[in-house]
Design a binder for this molecule. Structure first.
Ligand SMILES: [Zn+2]
Ligand SMILES: [Zn+2]
Length: 392
């Protein structure tokens, strides 16, 4: 029975079981004198039980990374679970905040622009504002709703670089497993809680364009609303002080103590400030809009610049870590690491945006476009392009 068991184990984990058997044999040799006193059937059963127990935890591939992952698995699981659960909350937050800015722009700013600006400035603000708004809404919707791209689960003859330990399927190059989506993602960049979706091969362009146009929109609101913000802030501060100086009776000396008016003055009223509730709300809306757009503009601007740098290098966020590790490792050996998926700075941008001719810079980058990305995301040719893809 023991030999049958060994055969079964040999089929799927030969190296570990062989190692255990060697250990077992060497130990049994050492303890032969003592174990000899036991009946053979007890020794066999003991050997069988020992192998069985050790096969449950022995793994020749165990290293510090595996131990670290195992210890922190509950923490990772909790973070993944919370992110998954909060996904819709974050999406609703993005939609609500963006909608609030759009409502303020239409209700408060547009009438001001139409009443005070010259026709040329009115045309600029109306055209740019609407174009930017359409680009933000289109790219956000597409980034959130487009599937990032998954590797095939059925048998196929596509080349792959490893096997996912969680999905138990072959992983093509640049594919990574997302713990939140709980599946493998083609050319995975990261899981974005603000989209409640993974950013991968099929929606990476939408994600970047959304970040870019949202930053542009925030910078536009922040710059064009700067003077309005200062006026609104000063108005609120001015009337806050006036509110504190309530209309009343300027009595002094004994009059203050006994509550009498000065002689010849029955009452004294300061004129009520011409500051209505509507003015107050308009000023507060402008302050809210300026603070929100400036903050988001700076934070999202930094993120957009970082992603632009990665795209120029032909890397994803995950590959940035992998490549920097490889660069250090190879530098120690006196060698230079080169990213196999970088095809030159301009070509990386052309591939990223799917620009195949000059007009695409306008139709596919500056206008809403739902074209498919370059390649299928399953096969990647390393350093495939030596010259310019398109003579642009
Ligand atoms: Zn996976
Ligand atoms: Zn994901």
């Amino acid at each position: 029975m023991v030999s049958v068991y060994y055969k079964c184990r040999m089929r799927w984990c030969p190296s570990s079981v062989l190692h255990l058997l060697r250990c077992l044999r060497s130990r049994s040799c050492c303890r032969r004198g003592r174990n000899n006193r036991l009946p053979p059937w007890i020794r066999d059963t003991w050997a069988y039980m020992t192998v069985l127990a050790r096969s449950l935890y022995f793994n020749s591939l165990t290293d510090s990374d595996v131990v670290f992952d195992s210890i922190f698995e509950p923490v990772f699981w909790t973070v993944d679970y919370v992110t998954r659960w909060f996904g819709m909350v974050f999406v609703c937050l993005v939609v609500l905040l963006t909608s609030s800015i759009v409502v303020i722009a239409y209700v408060v700013l547009l009438p001001l622009v139409l009443n005070t600006y010259s026709p040329a400035w009115i045309a600029w603000h109306v055209c740019y504002g609407h174009w930017n708004l359409i680009m933000i809404a289109f790219h956000y919707y597409k980034a959130a709703k487009t599937c990032p791209g998954y590797p095939p689960t059925e048998k196929n003859d596509r080349p792959f670089v490893s096997v996912c330990k969680k999905c138990i399927i072959p992983k093509p190059a640049r594919t990574h497993h997302c713990g939140i989506c709980n599946r493998c993602i083609l050319k995975m960049d990261h899981h974005c809680p603000w989209l409640n979706n993974c950013v991968g091969h099929l929606n990476h362009r939408y994600f970047f364009s959304f970040c870019l146009f949202m930053t542009l929109g925030c910078v536009y609101c922040s710059i064009s609303g700067r003077n309005l913000f200062l006026d609104a802030y000063n108005a609120i501060e001015r009337f806050k002080h006036l509110d504190m100086e309530k209309p009343g009776i300027p009595v002094t000396g004994m009059g203050l103590l006994i509550g009498l008016f000065p002689p010849g003055q029955a009452s004294y009223q300061t004129p009520a400030p011409p500051y209505t509730f509507k003015d107050k709300m308009i000023n507060k809306s402008i302050i809210y809009m300026w603070v929100l757009t400036s903050t988001v503009g700076v934070a999202l601007g930094a993120l957009t610049i970082w992603h632009a740098v990665l795209i120029s290098r032909g890397e994803t966020s995950i590959e940035r870590h992998i490549n920097s590790k490889e660069t250090k490792r190879m530098a120690k050996q006196g060698r230079v690491y080169r990213n196999p998926f970088s095809y030159g700075r301009l070509n990386n941008w052309k591939i990223f945006f799917g620009v195949e001719k000059r007009s695409h810079w306008v139709t596919r980058v500056l206008l809403p476009s739902g074209h498919a990305p370059h390649g299928d995301g399953l096969t990647w040719e390393a350093h495939q392009v030596k010259k310019d893809l398109i003579p642009v």
